[in-house]
Design a binder for this molecule. Sequence first.
Ligand code: ZN
Ligand code: ZN
Length: 356
Amino acid sequence: MLKNRRSRLIPFFEENGLDAILCTDMNNIRYLSGFTGSEAALLLARERSWFLCDSRYTEQAREEVVCDEVVECGAARLDAIADITRVQNLCRLGFEASHLTVAIYRRMVEKLPGITLVELGSELDGIRTAKDSAEIEQLAAVAVLSSHAFRAITHLITPGVMELDIAMALELEMRRRGADGKAFDFIVASGERGAMPHGRASEKLIQAGDMITIDFGASKNGYHSDETVTVACGEPGERAREIYAIVKEAHDRAIAAVKPGISCRELDLVARSYIGESGYGDYFGHGLGHGVGLEIHEQPTLSPRSSAPLLEGSVITIEPGIYLPGFGGVRIEDTVVVTADGCRLLTQVAKKLHVL
Ligand code: ZN
Ligand code: ZN
């Protein structure tokens, strides 16, 4: 499996004439080596690999990591890399420019004289876009766990309950069901606060008649889930129902249009044009969705600016919304895996207007 993943680096080697790639981003290191710790570096030459860590992780690395050599080097990591490049005659070294501070880059220039450092941009993270079967299994499991946890706490959504209490109950329920933690700070935005697409749970009390946008996800074994359910606390008004129906239709149309090869921009447009035709185009400001995996937001980005084609195996969210200042908002989000002829839902809460 890791061999397959590492083969996705071949175009980077070839296009840039590289002798080796230095990975410093922990998600890419996990993906390419199996390491689950929080600090290390991975040096990959075409035929050989070195995993560099300090003494906290040497034993763990020997158990988890697939590579030719585990090098314990503490703070002298760049010296160890300099030694390896000299002995192995590695002259052109690609590095993850979008995951490095300027300070570390300067130290690399100083410690690796004579080595040509080649910037690799965020496109390197794109090796993780199409998930393999082991990843899809993890993503499906965490999505199911998270949806079930949500269903188990919906009875708490009643007038007088604080948004923060709902967020805390949901997090606790996820942990009870085996999650390692929450994937992000949950959004619980009720009533007028629903107009804020990223309205994190606050001390506001839920009121009868509020629409409540709840955006939640769990993390487990490094993988994340992402789902948004908008519920009504008591009978919603006519406008709230109208907005819900438009967002639901945009969501359904986008999900029906998911297939390999469609461009991210085209897919975004399916939902955006429907919301526009319905008269709410000015109130859907964000992109239609994003990739989910070792990061909660990763490639691809579904937005009017992204021309990349959707890949089979990608796990993406579909999350149109309408946000009306002074009134409130509706977002409906599912996470799906792109299959050969469409997509399969990973998140499980039925997307209809739940009136609680
Ligand atoms: Zn979300
Ligand atoms: Zn999302």
